[in-house]
Write a protein that binds this ligand. Structure first.
Ligand code: ATR
Length: 271
């Protein structure tokens, strides 16, 4: 159709993605002539896909495994995405491709549904991958004190160096939690507890198997957020609820990044 703008999410695999439904719904509500589709692109196909992208798409989201490798196909990268080292949204303006990171503001928006100010708050981020970098960036920018706990200490060290936070091994969680009299916010950015096709183990998997005991041992109850949105109630969040904590489910951050991407493409704040 002539005049119809095209958008997509670039990733692999994309079997589970909710993005097309979300964005097509928003385009329809705002009466914008645009369509959004899932573009399953394997790593070996990315160069070819990006060669044709400029002429065919007005914008895109980028997801696993391309959030870092996409950078070399872009003309510009926002300072925020540059600092995080990952891009999850692209705007094509008159043939010029600019990369943004809307995961960072999406994470902050999700946290702010339950915690108005992060200034001076003690936060633990579990994991040190690409998603953790966006989360840590946004927490630090909002004035929080952040400690990164990760399975591999070396990855935690890198993120701590890049963003100026504390770090330690994930195995030390309970010990550190007790020694520092707890914290205000815990965010899981690892894939532990995420839905897996044909498997059941994820239902019992948590990156913090001793959360309940750790929280019960101190007086303060942390806010606990998971960025996994399938399932909505992960083992971590179920444990957090049992411990009496307030929780934030992963769909909040997902919605936050989608809203921000939509705003970059259309200028509209309302999704
Ligand atoms: P993403 O870009 O989505 O964040 P990633 O870069 O692969 O994904 O990062 C995955 C994160 O989950 C890492 O912090 C990883 O820990 P390591 O740095 O030790 O690899 C963490 N992770 C994955 N599986 C895990 C597990 N079974 N237990 C603990 N942490 C795990």
């Amino acid at each position: 159709m002539k005049g119809m703008k095209r958008y997509c999410v670039i990733g692999f695999p994309l079997g589970h993605t909710l993005s097309p439904r979300l964005h097509n719904g928003a385009f329809r509500r705002h009466k914008i002539a645009a369509r959004y589709k899932a573009a399953e692109v394997k790593p070996a196909q990315l160069a070819k896909f990006m060669k044709n992208f400029r002429a065919n798409f007005a914008g895109a989201n980028v997801t696993i495994p391309h959030k870092i490798s996409i950078l070399k196909y872009l003309d510009r990268v926002s300072p925020e995405a540059r600092a995080i080292g990952a891009v999850n949204a692209i705007v094509n303006k008159n043939g010029l491709l600019t990369g943004y990171n809307t995961d960072a503001s999406g994470a902050l928006e999700a946290v702010k549904t339950k915690l108005k100010s992060l200034r001076g708050k003690k936060c633990i981020v579990v994991g040190a991958g690409g998603a953790a970098r966006a989360v840590v960036y946004s927490l630090k920018k909002a004035g929080a004190h952040v400690a990164v706990l990760n399975r591999s200490l070396e990855h935690a060290r890198i993120i701590a160096r890049d963003f100026g936070c504390l770090f330690d091994s994930l195995a030390k969680f309970e010990e550190l939690y007790g020694a520092t009299d707890g914290c205000d916010l815990i965010i899981n950015t690892t894939s532990v507890g995420m839905w897996e096709k044909g498997k059941d183990a994820y239902k019992k998997a948590s990156p913090l198997p001793n959360l309940l005991r750790a929280v019960k041992a101190v007086s303060k109850k942390p806010l606990v957020m998971d960025i996994i949105y399938r399932p909505r109630m992960t083992k971590l969040l179920r444990d957090a609820k049992k411990a009496g904590c307030t929780i934030i489910t992963g769909d909040k951050m997902f919605l936050g990044q989608a809203k921000k991407s939509f705003e970059l493409w259309t200028g509209l704040k309302k999704f």
